[in-house]
Design a protein around this ligand. Sequence first.
Ligand code: GCO
Ligand code: MN
Ligand code: MN
Length: 388
Amino acid sequence: MSKDLHVRSTDKFSFGLWTVGNRGRDPFGEAVRPKIEVSDMLRGLADIGVYGVSFHDDDLMTFGASEPQRRAELDAFKKDLEATGLKCTMATTNLFYHPVFKDGAFTSNDPQVRKYAIQKVMRNLDVAAELGAPVYVFWGGREGVESPTAKDTRDALSRYAEALDFLAGYVKDKGYDIKFALEPKPNEPRGDIYLPTVGHALAFIETLQHSEMVGVNPEVAHETMSGLSFYQGVAQAIWQGKLFHIDLNDQRIGRFDQDFRFGSEGIKDHFFLVRLLENSGYEGVKHFDAHAYRTEDVEGVWDFARGCIRNYLAFAEKAREFDADPRVAEAMAYTGVAELAVPTVGPYTPEAAAGLMAETFDVDTLAKRGFGIEKLDQLAVDHILGIA
Ligand code: GCO
Ligand code: MN
Ligand code: MN
């Protein structure tokens, strides 16, 4: 019989409306399942222990609708949130679907499109504030090029930064309690997307006027598409105090953006990722940005959503068992994990420099040390496989 795993009160799981709402459309084929009404989605999510939901402006309010219609759609959503007890944990803008964004939004060559994009975000920031969303995500799927001749990348990045500075100014001016999280992706839909990886985004953020209110929203699939270690990207974001949100899903390396159920592919990677999130004190939501296989009907969508949560909880449990295993503590001590937490030489002073110069190192003896990492890593594998 399958083991029961329970959502803990500290588990803040969230789903985008577009994830369970995904109808299985792809570049080669039509929708394969019916639309799930937002109210049914929220009820279904609440039933499986979800804490919050996120939305694009157009998921909630019909694109181009009149003010009264937008208001009615928003009010209906607020009612559903209240009825289910779900929080609105993140908001974002659809700056990719409408043909107007075919050459980009903040980085379109057309200044009118750029202005329109910024205005679209401002309108949805008002909605985000009304719904109490603490994080606003920027995923620039159309910000990029196929041909490098089409844009000077330096100009594009300047316009990107200008838009974010302007929008941060708007949030501050309005007194909204909202932080921004940039979501990197290397390609798809554009041939090349600006800010392709967590590293690019972290460096770019430092150039922004209000960099303190801007962090990252890394996604498993996106770093994996780049052939990078998602774990290392997330760990560096945490180290820099910039992990404001996270998109959890799964992906095989070297493929198109697959958005698989969390924990269904990269088992070892996900074990270490969940252990990192659990042990680092990350307090943000655990946001699933994935969708069910195209083979699924609505029932399969809920199997998918339950699977995301179940896998996270399973990895969290495995990580706790791993960390509580005395053999792991012993192996870690042998490997010297804690030794790396000790400063090497401390801050520079002329005395410290002189002291270091006076030391001698027995390089041959140092070189003989084995670090015992095979043993340590195998313990992790044993725990993951349930044979520890
Ligand atoms: C993708 C992205 C999107 C964004 C979403 C929120 O590859 O399509 O992951 O799902 O996360 O638009 O900004
Ligand atoms: Mn994605
Ligand atoms: Mn995403």
